[in-house]
Design a protein around this ligand. Sequence first.
Ligand code: FE2
Length: 373
Amino acid sequence: MAILHNFGRVILDFGALNQLGAQTAALGFRRPLLVTDPSLAALGLIDKANAALTPDQEGVPFGEADPHPIVASVEAIAEAYKANGCDVIVAMGGGSIIDSCKGAAILTGNPPPLVQYSGHPEKVTGPVAPIVAIPTTAGTGSEVSRGGGIHPRVGEREFGIGGEDLVLPRLAICDPELTLSLPPKLTAGTGMDALVHCMEGFLSPKINPIVDAIALDGIHRVCTYIERAVSDGNDREARWHMMLAATQGGMAISKGLGMAHTLSMALSDTPVHHGAVVSVSMPVVLRFLEDKVLDKLDRLAEVMNCRNGGQVAAAIEALNDRVGLPRTFRGLGYEKNDFVELSAYSTPHRFNETSPKKPSEAEFREVITELLA
Ligand SMILES: [Fe+2]
């Protein structure tokens, strides 16, 4: 059965941030909580958002969100929303901030602890604050996705929140201008995360040809523009396409995720970058999946300019090389040697439900052992 989702309104272009007031006013919002982290606040992001509001709107600044999506930060955002009588949360930042705001949106009308809603959207019976997402990186896709990841504390594995349309942003304002200052390493990691979102969404066995087309288009964009965005952060054309590709990745994962993202959940109690983990994992995962997805690999080959599907995994490795990402977790600085625990955690993870091939614990251990080489 095909399930075709909606994704909320997306406004994408240089200068789109200036539309914040008009767009949110049209949705009936008058008192937005303007959320970001201290470093982005110091760069003037809240001031820019405030300046974009209409005269009859009053923004409430909240520049103290933790850069990590942790429960304490989520609770603080929810408290600020309630204490100031806000009517919408404007999440400005990378995936961590947007996900924090998704968690906060739940807690504005539902009692803590947040973790009780993980995997149980039906327990969210109270109101959930509406969200407007303004990404400052091009990768997460959280601005159009239905879920998010929250850590109990820094250094502890994240848990998922969301489900159905609970935390789907009402509006995404995607302004590539905000990504111009992203350093090359972050541009590479977040951009490859977008590629893997498109790829795992496309490979999911769920039927949604519309989203498949979006995913393939996003993959083509990343492969065409990521190197330019990494080598010259001020390449505005490349930044525009990477921003769109990231949003397409967020749409693609409406079909689900897979083993690469499972592995990033397994490593989420360490400081390794999420996007880097999934992009390093993807070639090894693809080789494991290969015999189950031969037709889809040929379609990937077309948009990636590979001769055939058998070259796709190597093409991702080569792209990782060119944007400065390593080939193993060791190259990312992962130091533990806990492949038994990692495979025990990863095998039953819910992301594998949409993997085209369900790995046994022994198979997962082989994949992880290769990545820990
Ligand atoms: Fe991701």
